[in-house]
Design a protein. Sequence first.
Length: 191
Amino acid sequence: MSTTTVAELKAALGVGSLYSDATIQEVCDAADDVLLPFLWKNENYNIAHSNTTTEGTLYFEEVVTGTYYVGQSVVITKNGSPFNGTKTLTGVGENSITFAVTGTPTASEYHPCVPFGIVSGVTQNTYATIPAVREASLMICVSIWTARQTNSGNGMMPDGSIGNMYSMSSQLVARVRGLIAPYLAPNSMVG
């Protein structure tokens, strides 16, 4: 589910049933793709993986012994088979975690995971319930919609002003940074 719903975006844009829900949903999903990576989440990115026929191992650049524990349930994504899914950890090393794999996978040696895989622990909250994040998402949705409807994102706006040619640049998130500041992940503020 997107942070901004189809109904909310249709109401904000005043488009009613002029556009299909699928078209509006694409904009809502795009806003999440832009916004959510900047927000604090209970996840780590694995850089590589390997497996035997019975267990899989994910490798990290950072020390994870204080992050994960044996018996913990995690959700693994973007690693492919046999790694993806909800797994219970059977081992935690300094830079790795181990868990049982299902099926009859072929053993594979250590190899990089490009792009990085994601390991998620229990989430304490959902950003879809935080008003400031919801408003930031809606503002990004409206900006994306406006850029889609104008010539190259910088045509004449309904109020007679000229659109900003940089509307889809890094300024997109910068415009809502004040709303999301309390929820920004430290690693999103580098650079």
